[in-house]
Design a binder for this molecule. Sequence first.
Ligand code: SD4
Length: 329
Amino acid sequence: MSQRRKFIKQSLIGTALFIPSISTACAADEKQKSSESGEIPLILSTWNHGLPANQAAMDSLTAGGTILDAVEAGVRDTELDMDNLSVGLQGLPDREGITTLDASIMTGDGNCGSVAFVRQIKHPISLARRVMEKTPHVMLAGEGARQFAIAEGFSLEKEELSPKAAIEYEKWKKTSQYKPIINIENHDTIGMIGIDANGNMAGSCTTSGLAYKMHGRVGDSPIIGAGLYVDNEVGAATATGLGETIIKICGSFLIVELMRQGRTPQEACEEAVRRLISKNKNINDIQAGFLAINKEGVTGAFAVHPGFNFAKATQSGNVLIDSNSHFKP
Ligand code: SD4
């Protein structure tokens, strides 16, 4: 377990201070139950950084925000986490040493926005929301996204690696070999999906993407239907892991469509993992995980390999749950 994960788990043990407005059951990871029950409002997000992110989302809802406000506020928290090497400008860079960010946001009525391959923006999720709300487009990339950010009054951050990312990049440069490594910090995108008390859904997804990727590489996170998909009529899904494999199966869209056809969120996540495995030969090197909720607030989660976890917040608490996986520990 990374130091960051240990820290977050330890800092939550036996205290409601870190997450003040809802109780937190995190003395030990919970095991995933076959069907997580449907209590709404509900916020679900990937990995352990989902705990503070869920809290920020719940706080936003409690303060009268919409579910869209909540999923934006939630992942903005992660985008600022200086210990996080896979979300925000402090994330690990591409092979040229440049940090580029991907993010998307979607509401249950089909509205969506995203930014890809964007530099110097502290909160790409808010820029994605701005694309959704202020342009006739869904996706802006690269320099165009940066220009739009400037026009919208976003400030440009200095382009330099965070101290932690700089150390890791220097180490990586000694071999300069890209090899996906399962369940380490380079596969820790935050994807968040939520449903409010009235059944309205929204989702958000934000990442610095795969560490040491080729310059210009875009992952699944900003691609609507791959890293994120939301439909109030059915449910919502989000993804984490090796983006190329998720894009190839339109992972999040696939899960929502499977739920539309009658699968439970859990069955839909498991089918998406099976599909992903069937399309990839080198599966031992590939991790991907999916989260889903349906409109009743029932949840599902499944991953290729063990090690994926997710945070689930309702008014009863905010807990970290170990996901089940296709391959067993
Ligand atoms: C990507 N899915 O860019 C993202 C990265 C990630 O956990 O690691 N997600 O491929």
